[in-house]
Unconditional design. Structure first.
Length: 146
C-alpha cells in the first residue's frame, strides 16, 4: 500500500522527528509512506496565510482525507478497517498551526479527528503514524494492539 502524508510546515521538535522516524521504519513492511511538506506561510493575516497554503495544497491534485478536529472520531480497530478499505493508496492531509481553509476542508473526501482533544499539528503527525502502524498490526493480528 502507498500512504501519502501531506502536511504544512516542517517538523521542528527533535523528539517528534525521532518518533516520526521510528514509526516510518516500523511501517516499512506494510506500506510505502511518502511525506510531502507544504511550505508554511509566514504572515500575520491568518486568512491570507490559509489562502496561500490552500494554493499549495491544491497544487497536489490528489484526493485526500483531512485530519480535522471536527472530523469523525473512531477507535483504532475502526480506523484499521478504514485503512484496509482504501485499497492500494490513501493520502492524508494535516494542516498547520491554524488548520486549513474552508475550501480545503470542503474538498476533502473524508474528515477524521485523532481525538476529541486538541494536539499540536506536529504531535498530530506522530500520532497519525502510530495509528497507521497500529492499524496494520491489527490487520495482521500482531501483538502490538491489545
Amino acid at each position: 500500500m502507498k500512504i501519502h502524508l501531506v502536511w504544512v510546515g516542517k517538523t521542528k521538535e527533535r523528539f517528534i522527528l525521532e518518533g516520526i522516524q521510528k514509526y516510518l521504519k516500523l511501517l516499512q513492511p506494510y506500506a510505502n509512506v511518502v511525506i510531502t511538506e507544504i511550505r508554511e506561510e509566514k504572515v500575520k493575516d491568518i486568512s491570507r496565510m490559509l489562502d496561500k497554503e490552500r494554493e499549495r495544497i491544491q497544487g497536489l491534485r490528489t484526493p485526500y482525507v483531512l485530519l480535522d478536529e471536527k472530523g469523525e472520531t473512531s477507535d483504532s480497530e475502526t480506523f484499521s478497517r478504514f485503512i484496509e478499505k482504501q485499497g492500494m493508496s490513501v493520502t492524508f492531509l494535516l494542516g498547520g498551526a491554524y488548520g486549513v481553509s474552508e475550501e480545503v476542508k470542503a474538498k476533502a473526501t473524508k474528515k477524521i479527528a485523532l481525538s476529541t482533544m486538541t494536539f499540536t499539528h506536529e504531535m498530530s503527525r506522530l500520532i497519525l503514524l502510530e495509528q497507521l502502524y497500529r492499524a496494520f498490526t491489527i490487520q495482521q493480528k500482531k501483538g502490538y494492539h491489545h
